[in-house]
Design a binder for this molecule. Structure first.
Ligand code: S0N
Length: 313
């Protein structure tokens, strides 16, 4: 059994990496997140660190997440990024409702922001795979965050769902009645952007309507059956399994993965998706002799000679 498993899955180690604290070029310490890189491996891990709020995000959290994702993008030693939440109770419970005002979430500068939308776009366009490692609740804007990641590894205790349209006193749930919201009297929001379109793509239009209109919560196994997650593993195995997936990705061609990520998103992301895919084509073209002939001719003030390059069928 060991041999056939290795033939199918490869002999990838699931040994825990040695994580080292990281920061970005500003050197500013993070308050709401933990940013780490695996020593000697191309894995970055970004952890939302507000467990007492079930890892709800405020504008500062999002700002820091964007700094870390930017750094991981720019660091050429990093090939895959894990997004997770601190503790085992929640991946992320969405926007911090205590800070919600009439113009978004307010924590600094005293005006509201919905900067999580920028974070969603950043993850979607980031040319490296981002894996959501989910233990506990991934709900509301936290559910959208896992959906915009390229893959999701769920622990057996994970619970998924949208809460936006929900009226707390009348909660209904398939198999996991959530607790009544104590500090949140009314949710009253929706994500009509990626939170709707990507969900519909992932689980299909009927299920997506169910998830939003009924605002039910789903177990990890239910989410697995719906195509919302890639795999479900026991909670104790969550990080080991996620790291294993990362290591398997890291063995593969970074450029192939980069192009594939943009290709898989291109149609859904419209012009922005095509631009991302097109940018990758240009990136690859720059490396060819044909492109170099164009640049060299310009620098040498001569006509380029493209005649030596075949017009391939
Ligand atoms: C996650 C739940 C189910 C966990 O239940 P559990 O384990 O029983 O814990 P609780 O006792 O309920 O919570 C523990 C403490 O954590 C606080 N807390 C939990 N979630 C939040 C939160 N989202 N914001 C602020 N605080 C939170 C609790 O208050 C409690 O604190 P203490 O100990 O002091 O009492 C359960 O907690 C739950 O259902 N949480 C709320 C889930 C939710 O509705 N989230 C918000 C949904 N909306 C969004 O995320 C919108 C996001 C967004 O930015 C957006 C994006 C696109 C378009 C629009 C929007 C938009 O904002 O409208």
């Amino acid at each position: 059994a060991g041999d056939s498993y290795r033939r199918v899955h490869g002999d990838v180690s699931s040994e825990p990496p040695e994580w080292r604290a990281a920061t970005d070029e500003s050197g500013k310490p993070f308050v709401d997140i933990i940013y780490e890189k695996a020593v000697g491996e191309g894995i970055a891990k970004i952890t939302i660190n507000r467990p007492d709020r079930r890892n709800a995000f405020r504008p500062l959290t999002v700002k820091e997440l964007m700094r870390a994702f930017n750094d991981a993008r720019d660091d050429s030693s990093i090939g895959v990024i894990i997004l997770t939440g601190k503790g085992t109770k929640a991946f992320c419970s969405g926007g911090d409702q205590a800070l919600r005002d009439s113009d978004g979430y307010v924590d600094f500068d005293s005006f509201g922001r919905l900067n999580v939308l920028d974070l969603q776009v950043q993850i979607r366009r980031l040319p490296k795979p981002v894996i959501a490692m989910v233990a506990g609740y991934a709900v509301g804007g936290g559910h959208v965050l896992h959906m915009v990641c390229d893959m999701t590894i769920a622990a057996g205790n994970a619970i998924f769902g949208q809460t936006g349209p929900k009226n707390p006193p009348f909660f209904v749930s398939l198999s996991h009645p959530p607790p009544l919201l104590q500090s949140v009297s009314q949710v009253g929001s929706f994500d009509a952007g990626y939170g709707s379109s990507i969900m519909s793509r992932l689980v299909g239009p009927k299920r997506a309507r169910e998830m939003w209109f009924l605002s039910r919560f789903y177990t990890a196994d239910e989410a697995d059956k719906m195509g919302l997650v890639n795999t479900v593993v026991p909670l104790a195995e969550l990080e080991r399994e996620t790291v294993k997936w990362c290591r398997q990705i890291l063995r593969n061609s970074p450029m192939a993965i980069r192009v594939l990520k943009s290709a898989l998103n291109a149609a859904d992301d419209g012009y922005a998706g095509l631009q991302e895919l097109g940018g990758n084509a240009t990136l690859i073209f720059y490396g060819t002799e044909e492109a170099k002939e164009g640049k060299n001719a310009y620098m040498e003030r001569r006509r380029p000679d493209f005649s030596k390059f075949p017009r391939k069928p």
